[in-house]
Design a protein around this ligand. Sequence first.
Ligand code: ZN
Length: 544
Amino acid sequence: MKSLTLSLCFVIGFATTALAQSPKFTRQDTLRGSITPERAWWDLVHYDLGVKVDPEAKTFSGQNTVTYKVLTEAKTMQIDLQHPMKITEVMQDGKALKFLQNGNAWFISLKKKQVPGAVNNLTISYGGRPQVSKRPPWEGGVTWTKDNNGNDFIVTTCQGDGASLWWPCKDHMYDETDSMTISVTVPDHLMDVSNGRLRKTTDNNDGTKTFEWFVSNPINNYGVNVNVGDYVHFGEVYDGEKGPLDCDYYVLKDNLKKAKTHFEDVPKMLAAFEHWFGPYPFYEDSYKLVEVPYYGMEHQSSVTYGNFYKNGYHSTDVSGTGWGFNFDFIIVHESGHEWFANNITYKDIADMWVHEGFTAYSESLFLDYFYGKEASEEYVIGTRQNIRNDRPIIGYYEVNKSGSGDMYSKGANMLHTLRQLVNDDEKWRMMLRGLNKEFYHQTVTSDQVEHYLAMQFGGNLRPFFNQYLRDVRIPVLEYKADGSGLSYRWTNTVENFAMPVEVTIDGKAQRLKPTGEWKTLKLDNPAKKVEVDKDYYVESKLVK
Ligand SMILES: [Zn+2]
């Protein structure tokens, strides 16, 4: 147990309780972020996406055949495609359909009667010059660049901004397609690497080749990606919990030698995460690591990598403890998302901590597996330096608006605190594995995750989650020592916050159960030195 010495009067300024003013949202935000009636009536079954990438014209064009199951009768379907991309034609059963554009939402008028239970499809043709990403992967779009040998190097990124930046789809996270075909046509000296397995390569005899990839598992929209470059391939088979797992690596020709040694972090990552979270969730689709000209992203079964073949994160350690230099942050973090983002996926981006909180925490579990518990604790506690407590972690629902960037480090520290409450590492591991089983290949809300954890924990965690996810204040343990004992209480908390906390009083560990009311622990001698277990993300204050 590592502790903070309270006698040093560790007083961090009380976080301000004033929340930032609510941003204003538009009709377009609602069309993008909510389950509109034109989305709700149909359930995605399959996307068959065909895209031609033209590096000269900087265009994407093609078609998406959407197969869907009718849930309730309806006449209008919403499909999303963002400016300046345009839908040029929609066909169903050989008939052209009319459509109306409202910003980035396109409303298709169906002619055929949509009978509940029926599985139908329609084909949307589209094209244009997609938005260019100014800051991939944080700002979505297409990146058109060249490698050191002058070859085109073209990639897509779209988390948050949405997949409809570059292909027409139902651009809301609640409904994942059950499977997907991605066929990408590129100049014939280049290769496309997308998601799932490469099923077919066709030489079109016109200077282009088509690479057909098939994803056999549910996939979220932003997980779908196109990576076009002068790739070379190598691979290995990992002997995992569910049997042999194909690991395939696609890197630029010049980096092959470096990659062959550096990607040894992949089997290590798989060993650690299968231990903590359960089997890799996409054995059927393989695991891939694909070089890109930006840091990286958790594209499902096609994790993208651009961390310069160096440990840490862009040559830094996000924890400031040195432990972060023991692994490649991008390999570990982005692959951790296979469990928390791709297996368990948020329904609404307001709950994005379900992806980033758990995955930021996974970095410390990687260390735990290879370097021990103390290393993992130091790392996650070290990442508190990144917490701002500026806005709540949970964002705004139904308008495609995520919460504070604290979802990473504060989310991780909340989970580390919860591990202390569980106080049984094997049970904690079973809770993490249980999440991945309970919500296997599903989209979820934060509420569902919180409820599951509380059930397994066996106690009320509502105030705990409200405190860390829906408020910016950090609990403060106030205490005072007098002749008769130690008095203590929580302040700066949400209603009913009564988290137990581990303290050491003159060298003796105690588990206190503070509430908002003063309680007194009788002591034989006046307390001289009181320390709060540093593993709890709380503050403390000696009051006179
Ligand atoms: Zn992440």
